[in-house]
Ligand binder design. Structure first.
Ligand code: PEP
Ligand code: MN
Length: 346
């Protein structure tokens, strides 16, 4: 339930309303935006009489929310959320390119890729240390050693690191990781989401292999309802009957999520398509659709990659894509030429 307060509502009346609601065992989430002052009521509101509340002097309107997600819902939080990652921002036009190999393979590999993508303008380094592989015989990642190598690359380049947690038991090794990725296969690992909700690390939550947008948002809700507000959503394609690409890139997820939620949304065209040549056009499309960034697999020698070589671009190709992206955004943070483009000014 959402209670919209009147402009200039008396604080005393608001306090008494909040008290009244919390006495019923419900939680109130207050959001004061530049345009609106809203109370989001979380919990079972079925026994709350909206008419009684609407009659209060400080209240302008009351709406029941039909969506099952509250904390991620834009209705409760009209302003875009900006997630801070080790001094960098993402969301509301703060645009980030996250790049790096599918898996960390060696110190030379990760440091070389980190240096190259940083020089091209990437703002974070990705790399899998714990890899969720379909085959038990495939390379499973360097695990703890992989995290150490990512930290070495971070030390060398200053790039914050993004890496996937596949089992909550390993969270203890992620203390110095800047962004914890929850991969597609774990999007509905609710025990993991619950635990991450009680950490304060930024979480990159990928869309599940065949998840609906609502299921995805409910997973974000698990994290946020635990107290961790630092969630970034990542569209990485979903499974459909189409076989021309590894997955089907759901470009419409970007504007839909912008409408439904205040969380930052980035895209992963590498896993979405499985093809190097599709990375550039899909990054362009995603910028046009309003995303806050992209995560791209870059390998110094894709043909020898231990994982996902077919979709990994070289540092040189990444550089040309960055040149293209830079034309579309005003880098170091601010909004973007794509907004002008949407207005027909570009
Ligand atoms: C990855 O980022 O390397 C990965 C395994 O991604 P996804 O969970 O989207 O398949
Ligand atoms: Mn991969």
């Amino acid at each position: 339930m959402i209670i919209i307060l009147k402009d200039g509502a008396e604080q005393e009346q608001i306090n008494s309303l909040v008290q009244n609601i919390t006495n019923r065992g419900l939680t109130v989430h207050e959001s004061i935006g530049s345009q609106s002052h809203i109370l989001g009521v979380i919990g079972d509101t079925s026994r709350v009489d909206t008419q009684t509340i609407i009659n209060l002097e400080c209240v302008s309107d009351v709406k029941r929310v039909s969506e099952p997600y509250k904390a991620v819902n834009r209705k409760f939080h009209p302003e875009d959320t900006i997630v801070e990652v080790s001094g960098r921002k993402i969301g509301e036009g703060y645009f980030n390119m996250i790049a790096g190999p599918c898996s960390v393979e060696s110190e030379e590999q990760i440091i070389e890729v980190a240096r190259r993508v940083k020089a091209s303008g990437a703002s974070m380094l990705r790399g899998g240390a714990y890899k969720p592989r379909t085959s038990p015989y495939a390379f499973q990642g360097l695990k703890q050693e992989g995290i150490k190598l990512l930290l070495a690359a971070k030390k060398e380049t200053g790039l914050p690191i993004v890496t996937e947690l596949t089992n909550i038991m390993n969270l203890k090794y992620f203390d110095d990781v800047d962004v914890i990725q929850v991969g597609a296969r774990n999007m509905q690992n609710f025990d993991m989401l619950y635990e991450l909700g009680h950490s304060n690390k930024p979480i990159l939550l990928k869309r599940g292999l065949s998840s609906t947008i609502e299921e995805w948002l409910m997973s974000a809700e698990y994290i946020m309802s635990g107290g961790n507000q630092n969630v970034i959503l990542c569209e990485r394609g979903i499974r459909t009957y189409e076989t021309a690409t590894r997955n089907t890139f759901d470009i419409s997820a970007v504007p839909i999520l912008k409408r439904l939620s205040h969380l930052p949304i980035i895209v992963d065209p590498s896993h979405a398509t499985g093809k190097t040549w599709l990375v550039k056009p899909l990054v362009r499309a995603a910028i046009g659709a309003g995303c806050d960034g992209a995560m791209i697999e870059v390998h110094n020698n894709p043909s020898c990659a231990l994982c996902d070589g077919a979709q990994s671009i070289t540092p040189d190709t990444f550089d040309t894509i960055m040149q293209d992206v830079k034309k579309r955004i005003e880098f170091e943070g601010k909004i973007l030429v794509w907004k002008l483009a949407l207005l027909g000014l570009d």
